[in-house]
Write a protein that binds this ligand. Sequence first.
Ligand code: HEC
Ligand code: HEC
Length: 219
Amino acid sequence: MKSFLYILMGGWFLCSPILSHASLIQEKECSECHRVSKDDTEKSGPDLFYSGNKFQASWLKQYLQNPITIRSAGSTGDPDFLKGIQANSQKHPAVSKKDAEQITKELMALTLYDLPEEVNLLEPLTKGLKAKIKYQFERTFSCISCHQSLNLAGKVRGGISGPSLVNAGNRLQARWAASWLKSPKTFSNKSRMPVYKMEDEERLQLTQFLMTMKNENKR
Ligand code: HEC
Ligand code: HEC
């Protein structure tokens, strides 16, 4: 009877969430530079504790094997950001394809909220609407003063104080981007991104416009 109990307990330990949490993210010490839990202290790299809300899995898998620069002026969450010391001046550690697949799974499991479906329910933008929103993006809201992005001719332009949006359509989840525009503070209490007064419809169309920005449309 006793040994039966031990087997039972052993089984329980093997399945316990604490043990299965011994993850590749921990093993690779990603949390040296990233918050992987909301309660972590401030880190030099961008937050990853809502990765499952924010990123597209296919993009993550690519990025982890072949990191590229997204914030050429550094991460705003970085305590050294205002001192002009760039955490990004070092190359981002890269991992093998197999590890990238595993880490992507782990990152996609990190979610904060169940975000509303709002954007996914809209019709694709018409050409006319796209031109109107491009005007808002560039002029009315001047998003391009802080974000690199693609103009309608597919040329990269824009400021670098915020993350590049050139490949936003492959990198971000539309639902997350729409929630970010409504309330960046939901995700980051230190956000430097302005909160714009706009109608929900405008915000969702702007999100749809962001999602059309993809590397493959670059010329
Ligand atoms: C030495 C510090 C450091 C370590 C270690 C590190 N990162 Fe990063 N990471 C950064 C910085 C800084 C950026 C921002 C780069 C940029 O925006 O150009 C970044 C960006 C990222 C991004 C893109 C985030 C976004 O919002 O654009 C992901 C995903 C990521 N890291 C995952 C990882 C994983 C997984 C590990 C562990 C295998 C890891 N990082 C280890 C510093 C680090
Ligand atoms: C004054 C500069 C500034 C302006 C203007 C600005 N942003 Fe941002 N934005 C930022 C910064 C900085 C971040 C990075 C996160 C942070 O520090 O808040 C950011 C983050 C973002 C993100 C998330 C990207 C990521 O990878 O984390 C999106 C999407 C975004 N901005 C879209 C927009 C849109 C659309 C507009 C115009 C309506 C806009 N931004 C205007 C500074 C700006």
